[in-house]
Write a protein that binds this ligand. Structure first.
Ligand SMILES: [Cu+2]
Length: 113
């Protein structure tokens, strides 16, 4: 009987360790980087992130702005003050974008593997 109990305890310990390692795997591969939109600029204008990162653009200006990829692979709706737009980047490469309302506002994302 005591042997059976010990086995059960070990089994629980393994299950707990396995669960813990699974929990760690999620956040490590799902980082979020914030790009602020303020004073008619994307800040920072250029960011370098790892593949799988989510970029969140937040409009801190008191007029609307949007986020449009140069080849319109993605485009946000006009973001009012305090609104945000998120996009995940799974593939390595360079992404350039601008504000659809003020095309002189430009930004660049470099995604590394
Ligand atoms: Cu704008």
């Amino acid at each position: 009987m005591p042997v059976k109990n010990a086995t059960a305890v070990i089994g629980l310990a393994i299950a707990a360790a396995f669960g813990a390692s699974l929990a760690c795997a999620g956040p490590a591969g799902a980082e979020e980087v914030v790009v602020k939109i303020e004073n008619f600029t994307f800040n920072p204008p250029e960011v370098t992130v790892k593949a799988g990162t989510t970029i969140k653009w937040e409009n801190d200006d008191d007029i609307p702005h949007s986020v449009v990829e140069e080849a319109t692979k993605f485009r946000s709706k006009p973001l009012d003050t305090g609104e945000s737009f998120e996009m995940s980047f799974k593939d390595a490469g360079t992404v350039t974008y601008f504000c659809g309302l003020h095309p002189h506002m430009k930004g660049k994302i470099t995604v590394t593997p």
